[in-house]
Write a protein of this length. Structure first.
Length: 465
């Protein structure tokens, strides 16, 4: 898989192209669907039965992927052409060994190793890529004084994060020394791994947080190039994605939030967009090297600084990003982040146009926004209602992930909406998502407004009507 391809065999035949996904949640599921559209044979692996990707793959397995022997046994049995690490919970040493034996790991084992752990990733972004980041320090959770010292070094307010985690787990906003003990306990409890170490990060008073879905892939000449979709803005609550948006005109949401319509500035937006591509390019090339092929989710902070813009590097994935669900409607058909990812890792083309700054760009086809749907309960036998109130609006798409088990605050679905402006799309998605109510066995129906209204623009005490 080190060259572009121009032919493909039929699924489930000797000549098929086989892709294995290590992790088969809602993001893995969408990648599998895109692969199936191209007749690619798919194998879904996750820690539990009936994961979203299990239901659409050609074959699936459920086991603890931290078990090196089990992981190797399944990979050797299937002998895939491509292995896509989709989550952090697997035995990384096995991937390094398999790569040495000739298996193709996306984008490579070293990049996966770096991206899945915050300490390695922060050092790579700030020191190897030379990208500006917030101030940061490391500390050990079994030594609370070291954590307090790190907070003093970085300054309050700050953010304490488990070194290895995702989706906001193990992360806390810390306003004063009184919050440190609670943050340590959360980091230890929710970390992926032993939770012995944390990173303490300066709280940047940014104007907008964005994700750049840069994709490294082959061009028609077999050369590795990077294509940049328009940056997408997003909101996180307690470290986890809650809504995202993308549109034709970055001035609608850069460098300020879409609701700041009176402060739109074309000149600042152009500066922000250009710097986002510059920073993302440095991060992705350093993370995956010149030959690694994948979609990256580069999380960046954008801050207006007088008549200029500052862009900070924060984190990056080597796979599709949850905020990128907006690309289902903002991108051309089959070129969502999931479609781009499958094309990139399998050596297939991704069209792009070179802009005036020399970057290959993928232009959007719509202004779009997403808003998540969260579980209000722990439990099984999950039901959803008020589908008509959610879906009976032009430009609204509902995606329910079909997860077999709910946990309080777990993402169970998402609404994606299009509109003439980014702000209208954001409002439309929020209204539609909040129409959904959820029930689990033995519990009453509960709506989304009872779950979360912080940072909303339609609902909540600080919402803008």
């Amino acid at each position: 898989m080190n060259t572009r391809i121009d032919e493909i065999g039929t699924t489930l035949t000797k000549g098929s192209l086989k892709v294995m996904f290590l992790g088969s949640g809602e993001l893995g599921q969408e990648q599998i669907i895109e692969a199936q559209r191209l007749g690619i044979e798919t194998v879904a692996v996750d820690r539990y039965e009936n994961a979203p990707g299990h239901r659409v793959a050609d074959r699936h397995y459920a086991f603890n992927m931290r078990d090196a022997k089990l992981l190797r046994d399944v990979i050797e049995k299937e002998d895939p052409d491509v292995i896509v690490p989709e989550i952090e919970a697997f035995n990384l040493d096995t991937l390094f060994d398999l790569e040495k034996e000739g298996y193709y790991i996306v984008p490579n084992a070293k990049a996966t190793f770096s991206a899945m752990q915050r300490k390695r990733l922060r050092e790579l972004i700030s020191k190897e890529a030379g990208v500006l980041t917030s101030k940061y320090a490391y500390a050990m959770t079994n030594d609370p004084q070291s954590v307090r010292d790190a907070c003093e070094k970085v300054g309050y307010p700050c953010v304490i994060k488990a070194i290895q985690s995702s989706s906001g787990l193990g992360s806390s906003d810390v306003k004063s020394p009184a919050d440190v003990e609670i943050a340590i306990a959360k980091a230890k409890k929710e970390a992926r791994g032993n939770g012995e170490e944390v990173i303490v990060e300066e709280f940047i008073k940014f104007d907008t947080e964005v994700t750049e879905l840069a994709v490294q892939h082959f061009d028609e000449n077999g050369k590795i190039v990077t294509t940049f979709p328009k940056p997408l803005g997003h909101v996180q609550i307690d470290g986890d994605y809650h809504s995202s948006w993308m549109g034709f005109n970055c001035a609608e949401y850069l460098p300020l939030m879409p609701e700041n319509t009176k402060s739109q500035n074309e000149e600042l937006a152009i500066k922000a967009e250009k710097k986002i591509y510059e920073v993302a390019s440095k991060i992705t090339r350093t993370l995956a090297g010149p030959t690694g092929r994948t979609v990256f989710g580069c999380e960046l902070f954008v801050k207006q600084n007088g008549d200029d813009v500052i862009v900070y590097g924060n984190e990056s994935t080597c796979r599709p990003h949850d905020t990128g669900l907006v690309s289902f409607l903002s991108h051309p058909n089959t070129l969502s982040q999931f479609g781009m990812h499958i094309r990139a890792v399998c050596g297939l083309p991704i069209p792009g146009e070179v802009n005036e700054w020399g970057y290959r760009v993928l232009k959007p086809v719509a202004n779009a926004a997403t808003h998540v749907i969260l579980s209000p309960y722990d439990g099984h036998d999950i039901r959803y209602r008020n589908l008509w109130n959610c879906m009976n609006t032009q430009g609204v798409t509902l995606k329910l992930f079909g997860k077999p088990e709910g946990h309080v605050g777990r993402r169970m679905g998402v609404v994606i909406a299009t509109a003439p402006t980014v702000l209208e799309a954001k409002k439309k998605a929020e209204i539609a998502a909040h129409a959904i109510e959820i029930q689990v066995a033995g519990q009453p129906w509960k709506g989304q407004t009872e779950m979360e209204t912080r940072k909303h623009i339609v609902y909540g005490p600080n919402a803008k009507k």
